[in-house]
Each structure stands twice: as C-alpha cells, then as structure tokens.
Design a protein around this ligand. Structure first.
Ligand code: GLU
Length: 282
C-alpha cells in the first residue's frame, strides 16, 4: 500500500474554520488508513483574495490541531510559470480561445446553468472571426482563455470516468461517468491571474504524485473538468474521496468570506484540539 499520496489543499483567503479542520483531519485519517503520505499544499494563485499571513496562520492552525506534513509545502503562487506551460500546451492543441467578455456582459447571460448554478457561457467569443480576434488582441484588450469544451471532450477520448470511494451530492459512488459538457467552455486562464484553479490543481496533483484526492463534496462535479484535462495532458487519474461539508446552525456551508468562526477564535475561547476532533467525529 506504500506510495499512496493524499493532500490537503486550502486556499488562504481567510482564517481556517471547522470545515477546513474536518477536511484536514479527514485527509490525514485517510492517509493513515491507506498507509499513505499526506501533503499540504497552499492554493494561493488568487493574489487579490489570498494573503501570506492567512497562509502562515493556516499552517499554525493545522499544527495546533496536531497535524504535520512533509516539507517543503508547495505554494501555488511560486509555480505560476508551470501553469503557463500547461496553458501553452492546451493552446497549441487548439483547445483554448480568448474571451473578451466583460463581467457586465456575462452577468446578463441566461439559459442553462452549470453544476455550481452559474449560467453556462454561450460561446460568444468562440464564434468570433479570426480577424476580430486578432484586432482585439493587438489592441491589448484584456481577455481570459476558455476551454473549447466540445473539442476538449473529443481530445480527451470517450468514456471518461473517475473512481469515487466517498460520494457525490446525490450519493454517487463507484465508477462515475464524467459530464464535462455540463460546464460549457470554462475559463482556464483568468484575465487577472493567467491561470485557474482547474489548471493549477490538475498540474500540481500530477507533479506531486497525488494518488488520492480527498476534498469537499462541493467539488464533486468539477472532477469532470479535471478528468478531461488529466486525459488531454496525459496525467494519471487519481482516486477521489469527496466528503461532506460542515454546515453552520442554519445548515449553510461554513465560509471564510462570511466570517464564520475561525479555529483561532475557537482556540481563544478555550476550545482544545481534542474537543474539535470529538465534535467533528475523529
Ligand atoms: N483549494 C480548494 C479549496 O480550498 C480545494 C481544492 C481541491 O481540493 O481540489 O476549496
């Protein structure tokens, strides 16, 4: 069973809360059960939202919980050039196109929605003529890069699936057929950061040799996008274990942005790591 690699991959855009504690403890537990190694990865590509002090605090909070991990910790912000190489590869395969649409334009899109509830991009810029595209690019108009999902699905090959040993929102488990078409032409390089969560996560899981991905059920459907990219980029297919989310008293998912009570605040109130483990069922 040696050689199994798990990872906990928080985004340092606020203090860690009980939901992160659950995910981190769950990942460590799975690594132990499977006699594997548990890595920590800091997913800080979004410089507008992530801050170094949140990353430092996350490390301290996790240590306080009694967790440790091999060094060095991977910080995505230190590997942006690697994501650019991936984007270039996809671009050379003819799978990306520039999208000049503004937020205002996108906010008016109606029609079918992706699994996150966002309207699926109708492909305005996919349909743009080459001449228009070059004109707008040479005028230095900002653009994102979108994956041409129909082409990507062909390039990824038929019958894409993933192996789930946790479960999806509707109890899905076992061999799960991917449905990347539900997402439409997702953004793979943002206007502001030249990469995206999807690119960074599949690249890092591959270079770090991650064999088992444990994460919240809210990312279950995004796995279809990740499998498409892994297949095109010839990355290995990890196993997936999606876990429940910890909700607040009103049944809402805990959120850093809403300022839900952080682990640090709980610690200051006298809550101990043992109490947290017990509350979360570990
Ligand atoms: N960084 C992501 C988050 O904090 C998790 C990504 C993943 O596990 O694939 O939600």
């Amino acid at each position: 069973m040696a050689g199994r690699i798990f990872r906990f991959a928080p985004s340092p855009n606020g203090r860690l809360h009980l939901g992160h504690a659950y995910s981190a403890l769950f990942t460590a537990q799975q690594a132990k059960i499977h006699d594997g190694k548990c890595l920590l990865r800091i997913e800080d590509i979004d410089r507008a939202r992530c801050r170094p002090e949140f990353a430092e605090q996350a490390l301290a909070d996790l240590q306080w919980l009694g967790l440790d991990w091999p060094q060095p910790v991977r910080y995505q912000s230190r590997h942006l050039h690697e994501y650019t190489v991936v984007i270039d590869r996809l671009e050379r395969l003819g799978l990306l196109y520039p999208c000049f649409c503004t937020r205002a334009k996108l906010s008016k899109v109606q029609g079918s929605r992706d699994p996150d509830g966002t309207p699926v991009y109708p492909g305005y810029c996919r349909l743009m003529t080459k001449a228009d595209r070059s004109r707008r690019m040479s005028a230095a108009e900002p653009y994102a890069l979108r994956l041409d999902m129909a082409k990507a699905i062909v390039a990824a090959g038929s019958d894409l699936s993933f192996h789930e040993t946790g479960c999806g929102p509707d109890g899905e488990t076992g061999a799960i057929a991917c449905t990347p078409q539900d997402w439409g032409d997702v953004v793979l390089a943002r206007k502001d950061i030249a990469t995206s969560y999807h690119v960074a996560v599949v690249h890092d899981d591959a270079v770090q040799g991650v064999t088992h991905i444990t994460r919240g059920i809210d990312l279950f459907h995004a796995t279809s996008i990740h499998r498409v990219l892994q297949s095109i980029l010839e990355f290995p297919a990890p196993a997936y274990i999606h876990h429940k989310l910890i909700s607040d008293d009103a049944g809402r998912k805990l959120s850093k942005s809403r300022g839900d009570r952080s682990l640090a605040a709980l610690r200051d109130e006298g809550v101990t790591p043992d109490m947290i483990r017990a509350q979360l069922g570990f």
